[in-house]
Design a protein around this ligand. Structure first.
Ligand SMILES: Cc1cc2nc3c(=O)[nH]c(=O)nc-3n(C[C@H](O)[C@H](O)[C@H](O)COP(=O)(O)OP(=O)(O)OC[C@H]3O[C@@H](n4cnc5c(N)ncnc54)[C@H](O)[C@@H]3O)c2cc1C
Length: 281
């Protein structure tokens, strides 16, 4: 990334106008930790959005609203009822990086190793975006393609993320497989499961790490919904519904290994979510 100028606007409106005027030559910046991964050598002016007030976590009636420039370390420290997102942020890189990296930066430009999009897909999050007008987008739509593309072309800024509270009998499961403690993900999966008695009433499952962009596992969700939750079911669905997904090999792993890992990790997160759901009234 070749930075030729640095602008610090005083308001979101000024930031938007500046980014709009700069077009492809402008780029918002929050923590700045992704700069060395961005290989584009075209000169850019960076627009610092870290001081525009999108910071902090608000406990609203049905969910948690997290400002886009909230550092990941703050999310890691946060605790509340029917909330599980700290479990995800604490597994990302090192604490030095989490002190600086922001939620918005992690989701606006998605790398294959990006951890937060996977859980936001499972948690059914909604992303608020400041453009010509303010609009909201469900995570499933936001992560359909690389968000940075549409955000940059339009000069739009992510302002916050809303995560619904986990309801009664609803469990969260998360696993990030790494070779070293602060390493990039080899396989990340997250799930939110809602039970009625022993029946899986609804479930959302998402995966990343060994995929170009995080995605929901629609076939897995369909196969689980309406079934009685038990270990044998999880094992067979984990094996059957992951085998045709084009997992990528990475960091010395073959595609075949990634496929095998996917079924193990899926089984794990489903089991976690089931146990969590059973504890929750
Ligand atoms: C050594 C290292 C290891 C890492 N390991 C991991 C890992 O294992 N898993 C993981 O998930 N992450 C990891 N990260 C962090 C990740 O790769 C990104 O660097 C980080 O999430 C970016 O956050 P930031 O606030 O620094 O964003 P920035 O670097 O400031 O910006 C990143 C991109 O997002 C855009 N952007 C930022 N904020 C907004 C906004 N509010 N609205 C619109 N666009 C915006 C910018 O224009 C830029 O394109 C690692 C980082 C480092 C340096």
């Amino acid at each position: 990334m070749k930075i030729i100028d640095f602008v610090r606007p005083g308001s979101i409106e000024n930031a938007r106008v500046t980014l709009h005027e700069l077009g492809e030559q402008g780029m918002p910046i929050a923590g700045g930790t992704a700069l060395h991964f961005l290989k584009n050598q075209k000169p850019v002016t960076v627009v610092d959005i870290s001081g525009l007030g999108f910071k902090g976590i608000a406990d609203e009636k049905n969910g948690y609203r997290i400002g886009a420039t909230t550092p990941l370390a703050d999310i890691q420290e946060y605790r509340a009822e029917r909330w599980a997102f700290h479990e995800v942020t604490r597994r990302l890189a090192t604490h030095q990086i989490r002190n600086v990296s922001t939620l918005g930066g992690n989701i606006a430009c998605v790398f294959p190793w990006s951890d937060l999009p996977v859980s936001l897909l499972a948690l059914d999050a909604t992303i608020t975006i400041h453009g010509d007008k303010t609009y909201e987008m469900p995570a499933t739509k936001f992560f359909e393609k690389q968000p940075a593309r549409f955000l940059r072309t339009q000069g739009d800024i992510v302002s916050d993320v809303f995560i619904p509270k986990l309801g009664a009998h609803t469990g969260f499961g998360y696993h990030k497989e790494v070779r070293t403690m602060s390493g990039f993900s080899q396989m990340t999966m997250a799930t939110v499961m809602h039970l009625e008695g022993d029946t899986i009433q609804s479930v959302r499952v998402a995966a990343g790490g060994a995929l170009p962009i995080p995605q929901r596992l629609a076939e897995t969700e369909e196969a689980l919904t309406g079934q009685t939750a038990d270990a044998n079911l999880f094992q067979s669905i984990a094996r059957e519904t992951t085998k045709d997904i084009p997992w990528r090999g990475k960091e010395g792993m073959s595609e075949e290994y990634s496929r095998h890992l996917a079924s193990i990790v899926l089984n794990d997160v489903l089991t976690h979510a089931l146990n969590h759901a059973k504890e929750r009234t």
